[in-house]
Design a protein around this ligand. Structure first.
Ligand SMILES: [Zn+2]
Length: 393
């Protein structure tokens, strides 16, 4: 299958999109959803290229004018919407932004055109602005600039406010001719039902270790070897994370995981405060987000659990840390692994909703401390996750 950029995995979705294009039966809107770093945005750009390629043969051909413009994310039929910092424009999202912010935006878009797995991240940009939606609504009614279809890509759609969702609803329901919307999100539970019900769904799945290894070859020029395998296991299906890990010192990261666990095991307030400060300092610009760090902790705990039950080294993510894992398992024989996993999931959930992050991190550490020492009380569990209290030891 020919693609504009190398696409990591997701063959089933690509085939579905080719089928849609072949039959020329497009939906008004698509919702690309699934775990982070699985290529929703890259595949959305690919779909836009398929729809706007001028070749009579296999699409996207990669050489026609449409493909070239799409590769640079400069096709006149393409509108991209993403989170931006606050400005002063009511209908112009860039109005009131400083020159350096505008430069940052241009650079982020340029980076994405070089690697569609790169996220567009602008400092202090939390939300998709209502002015971005208004501007799109104004421009989208202008005629089709080229043949093909007009595509509105909404990256990280969960960053839209209720007001923004409401204002886009009508145009999604009745778009101008030859127009489709693609909402991309890693947090479908934050997308209102009114939007979901108007979209054709495209569920993305976690990538396999093998797919990530191939992707690292394409995008990070890393050939298969021990380090690449290690990165692919730690990324746990999230290619965006694999790319971030490729630029990192893995030993430092592992040392950080150990520090975090030691602070929790010891339960000393000062050490815990230090860890909370560290976690709060993680930002998306460095690729290592709070979410991803907590995911590494989850993987580490899962390793310890697996080791305690199977002693099978090959199943572990952190194979190179086996000495530490062994020690942990031997020392904490009453460790409540199931609860620890739920606590970590709940913390991620809280953080995603942006509520009291510091408080969520403190309570995570206190409760993890109890879980590690096998002293967790049943009453602390949240409601979101099914849990059978009978399994508490
Ligand atoms: Zn083409």
């Amino acid at each position: 299958m020919k693609t504009l950029f190398p696409i990591v995995g997701q063959r089933a979705i690509l085939e579905m999109l080719h089928q849609i294009a072949e039959n020329d039966r497009y939906a008004n809107a698509y919702l690309f959803h699934g775990p982070r770093g699985t290529g929703k945005e890259a595949v959305a750009i690919e779909f836009a290229a398929i729809m706007n390629c001028q070749s009579e043969d296999e699409r996207p051909c990669g050489t026609c004018k449409g493909c070239k413009q799409m590769r640079h994310l400069q096709h006149p039929n393409l509108t991209q919407i993403f989170a931006l910092p606050g400005g002063s424009g009511d209908r112009d999202p860039l109005k009131g932004l400083s020159e350096s912010v505008i430069e940052d935006i241009q650079e982020a878009v340029l980076n994405k055109s070089e690697n569609p797995y790169q996220k567009i991240r602008i400092q202090r940009a939390q939300n998709i602005k209502i002015s971005s939606i208004r501007q799109m609504q104004k421009n989208i009614h202008m005629g089709l600039a080229e043949s093909g279809r007009k595509i509105v890509l909404i990256f990280e759609a969960e960053r839209m406010s209720t007001e923004a969702f409401n204002s886009i609803l009508k145009i999604v329901e009745e778009p101008p001719p030859h127009t489709s919307f693609i909402f991309c999100t890693g947090a479908i539970h934050l997308i209102p039902e009114t939007i979901q019900s108007r979209c054709q769904m495209a569920p993305f799945r976690l990538l396999t270790t093998e797919e990530i290894i191939n992707g690292l070859d394409d995008y990070a020029s890393l050939e298969s070897g021990e380090k690449v395998k290690r990165i692919a296991r730690m990324a746990n299906g999230d290619f965006g994370f694999a790319l971030a890990l490729a630029d990192r010192n893995l030993e430092e990261l592992e040392a950080q995981i150990v520090k975090f666990l030691q602070a929790i095991m010891g339960g000393k307030p000062l050490a815990i405060k230090e860890q909370v400060d560290y976690l709060r300092s993680l930002t998306s610009e460095s690729g290592l987000t709070l979410y991803r760090f907590l995911q590494l902790i989850q993987l580490w705990m899962r390793d310890a659990h697996l080791w305690s039950e199977t002693e099978n080294l090959n199943q572990l993510v952190f194979q190179q840390m086996i000495d530490k894992i062994k020690k942990f398992v031997e020392h904490y024989e009453y460790m409540d692994y199931d609860s620890a996993q739920i606590l970590l999931e709940n913390a991620v959930d809280f953080i995603e909703r942006n509520v009291y992050i510091r408080l969520a991190l403190y309570s995570l550490q206190v409760q993890l401390h109890q879980a590690i020492h096998g002293k967790l009380q049943e009453k602390i569990y949240g409601h979101r996750h099914r849990y059978n209290p009978n399994s508490i030891r």
